[in-house]
Design a protein around this ligand. Structure first.
Ligand code: NBP
Length: 478
């Protein structure tokens, strides 16, 4: 009997994906560079389904039905190229290589183009949900050709997470690097979500004066409303946890230095290339970077700040409600920005992305899963060409209702010296978008002054330059 699909790279992610496929009744060929890992997987989990273990790439390929479907789950970068180089000579036109690692979308575009010329489908696939997701149902974002999805889609939809309405959290995203691009933006949005939650915690701690256990209760309540999400849920659990060694709140014994593996940075780098303002994601990446600059922080530790006056309990409770509104409005902004980036990338790379379908497959399995995403799905279903989420009447209404509390929170934070780069950047974005006139007119006039970069007038067509160094007469330049 031949296998319907194969997995090579059996570390935690690959091993769990292979088990997930086998548990769904598929025959799965398994292979790993170091054969001991393959044997360990079969020894421990072989009883869960039908696995065809192979020790060599040749045996692995020979154990697959045609067209062959090979999931590569190795370390991103050089190892992915090494595996492609090793396996592709053994494959035939029509076969499919699925890269489920966290590849950069430009690498995926390059690999897809090279393999396409040989008739092999290369499907760069975003997989979110970590190791638990890989085993129990991740959110899956496959790129590559539409043809490859016809053969691969049913298998992937089978093992994907299911949204609350039962639909699989997997859809064909678009050609070449589209899947990995969308996974990258997912991670960027995840950075922003986490930063906003961290700021809400910081505000409740230092302005409302709540202890972590009390803040956990607040987050638990928020999790029953419009902020209902995996990240809010785990935040409440972390904040309620007490360190067994010291008896202190766990959050107080963890060093306040956040690390990163790079997908947030990639998102911002791509946004800069596309000219899309993703200030919420950028502030989140920078906030992690700042936290790690220990020497700078130590040198600044004695700089003066405001004196804080603790709020009385009634005011603290009202403040906590305002923080919920600020968090929600800021979250709408960061999703607005992330979806704008996907829309711009779709145009730049010719992907024709279905933004509503992308929101739909993030409703389950992935780290940013949230009730909120169903609202985004509905907004794009109602108006697929909407110029941003804030153009949706429902989101516009909610953010409009939250804006006063949002301003209070950002102002209180500034007054009390609590840093809120995420909340503040989101509010600035909101105010800039809705401004009737931006000071960009002055910026453009300055550019014309020192660089003769010309400007357009509000009252007439054409490009103009003023002779700033001379008689200041205006000339039309186009
Ligand atoms: P790792 O990223 O730790 O990679 C280990 C695997 O790569 C092993 O199977 C190893 O084989 C294989 N490998 C390496 Br390293 N170099 C190789 C080479 N030159 N040729 C062949 N195989 C090679 O595994 P992981 O943590 O399971 O992650 C797999 C992928 O999934 C990564 O791209 C990662 O970024 C991504 N990931 C995603 C999530 C998520 O939530 N979506 C979470 C974690 C990871 P060996 O056993 O012979 O050393």
């Amino acid at each position: 009997k031949l296998a319907q699909i194969g997995v090579t790279g059996l570390a935690v992610m690959g091993g769990n994906l292979a088990r997930n496929l086998a548990r769904h009744g598929h025959t799965v060929a398994v292979h790993n560079r170091t054969a001991a890992r393959t044997r360990a997987l079969i020894g421990e989990f072989g009883h869960e389904g039908t696995f065809l273990p192979a020790e060599t790439p040749k045996d692995f390929v020979a154990s697959l039905e045609r067209p062959r479907r090979i999931v590569v789950m190795v370390k991103a970068g050089g190892p992915t190229d090494a595996v492609i180089d090793e396996f592709s000579p053994l494959l035939e036109p029509g076969d499919v290589i699925i890269d489920g690692g966290n590849a950069h979308f430009e690498d995926t575009r390059r690999r897809e183009e090279r393999l396409r010329s040989r008739g092999i489908h290369f499907v760069g696939t975003g997989i979110s949900g970590g190791e638990e997701g890989a085993l129990h149902g991740p959110s899956i974002m496959p790129g590559g050709s539409a043809e490859s999805y016809r053969s691969l889609g049913p298998l992937l939809e089978d093992i994907a997470a299911k949204a609350p309405d039962g639909t699989p959290c997997c859809t064909h995203i678009g050609p070449d690097g589209a899947g990995h691009f969308v996974k990258m933006v997912h991670n960027g949005i995840e950075y922003a979500d986490m930063q906003l939650i961290a700021e809400a915690y910081h505000l409740l701690r230092h302005i409302a004066g709540y202890e972590p256990a009390r803040i956990a209760e607040v987050f638990d309540i928020w999790n029953t409303g419009r902020l209902d999400s995996y990240l809010i849920e785990i935040t409440a659990e972390v904040l309620a946890h007490t360190d067994p060694d010291t008896g202190a709140p766990f959050v107080d014994v963890v060093q306040d230095r956040a690390e990163q593996k790079g997908t947030g940075r990639w998102t911002v780098q791509s946004a800069l290339d596309l000219g899309v303002p993703v200030s919420g994601i950028a502030e989140a990446v920078f906030a992690r970077a700042l936290s790690g600059h220990v020497e700078l922080r130590a040198a600044a530790a004695s700089l003066p700040g405001p004196r804080r006056t603790p709020l009385d309990p009634r005011d603290a409770a009202r403040f906590a409600e305002q923080v919920e509104q600020a968090l929600y409005a800021s979250k709408v902004v960061s999703y607005t920005q992330g979806f704008h980036q996907m829309q711009a990338a779709g145009q730049a790379y010719g992907w024709d992305l279905d933004l509503g379908a992308i929101a739909a497959i993030w409703r389950g399995g992935c780290i940013i899963r949230a009730a909120f995403l169903d609202r985004i799905r509905a907004a794009y279903a109602a108006n697929p060409a909407a110029p941003g989420l804030l153009a949706d009447p429902e989101f516009a209404r909610e953010v409009g209702e939250a804006q006063s509390a949002w301003r209070t929170v950002v102002a209180d934070a500034a007054r009390d010296g609590v840093p809120t780069p995420g909340f503040s950047a989101a509010l600035a974005y909101y105010d800039a978008l809705r401004a009737e006139r931006l000071p960009a007119s002055l910026t453009q006039a300055q550019r014309d002054y020192f660089g003769a970069h010309t400007y357009r007038r509000t009252d007439r067509e054409g490009a103009f330059h003023t002779r700033w160094g001379g008689d200041r007469t205006e000339q039309r330049t186009d």
